[in-house]
Design a protein around this ligand. Structure first.
Ligand code: CTP
Ligand code: CA
Length: 235
């Protein structure tokens, strides 16, 4: 915690933070996963605790430990994370979706370990799309006419359809969240790294804000921005 005196900007607030990467089962021993380390989510939780918030921490698979002092919920798959997020969001002032949610899961999950069969072709795994948790949170928030703040994270690359900012701006519109924290991804960048550089896009027309440094620095900037937004919409 900070040695500086003064009121904690998030005292009395509850923040739900999802972190890590979901794992989608193929059979009892195998899954489809992703390279999210959970470090950014852990840094966000630490910054939120520091600011005095009560933190509901929804942890999918992480390479690191959840910080002490959070209300911890461990999840495996996107469907489990969806249930946990919809439940934790009730009564939360802020929801931050920092988890890497698998876009697809195997359509069938085998109850028993999938075996090799000599001479047979390799199996084909059919995938189905997972629900968009962030979008669902926004729809529920709006249906409840709540002023909850909902924050998404996005890792983007530029391609022939547009640059990072164009893709991110379109995503922010699609999701309908209040803030979208945008990482630029590429080989050797962001995933598992300790340094980070982001742009915070606003769904309400505020100018883009950049933040860079360690994942703790980025987390502090995001939590700071959230405190400012909260004191504006819910003083
Ligand atoms: N997200 C979510 N549910 C999903 C997929 C993503 O809640 N099924 C959230 C992530 O936690 C993140 C944000 O949505 O906060 C953006 O994730 P991203 O993967 O960039 O968005 P997608 O809509 O899945 O778009 P893309 O096709 O670029 O992966
Ligand atoms: Ca995705």
């Amino acid at each position: 915690s900070t040695p500086l005196a003064g009121p904690k900007p998030l005292a009395g607030r509850t923040i739900t933070i999802s972190a890590g990467g979901t794992r989608e089962a193929l059979d009892p021993v195998r899954f489809l996963g992703n390279r999210s380390s959970g470090k950014q989510g852990v840094a966000l939780a630490a910054a939120a605790l520091d600011a005095g918030a009560h933190v509901r921490f929804l942890a999918a698979h992480m390479d690191v430990q959840a910080p002490a002092g959070v209300e911890l919920v461990q999840v495996e798959s996107a469907l489990e994370l969806r249930d946990a997020a919809l439940e934790a969001a009730v009564g939360s002032d802020v929801v931050i979706m920092a988890a890497a949610v698998a876009d697809f899961r195997p359509a069938e999950v085998s109850d028993t370990k999938i075996k090799k069969v000599n001479g047979n072709d390799a199996p084909v795994v059919r995938l189905v799309q997972n629900p968009d948790i962030l979008h669902e949170l926004v729809v529920r928030r709006d249906a409840a006419a709540s002023t909850q703040l909902i924050i998404g994270f996005a890792a983007e690359t530029g391609d022939e359809d547009g640059d990072v900012l164009e893709h991110a701006t379109a995503k922010l519109k699609r999701k309908g969240c209040d803030l979208l924290v945008v990482n630029q991804v590429g080989v050797g960048r962001v995933f598992g790294q300790d340094q980070n550089s982001v742009i915070i896009l606003s769904g309400h027309g505020a100018a883009p804000q950049s933040a860079a440094g360690s994942k703790s620095d980025v987390a502090a900037a995001v939590i700071d921005r959230i405190s400012t937004e909260l004191s504006r919409v819910r003083p």
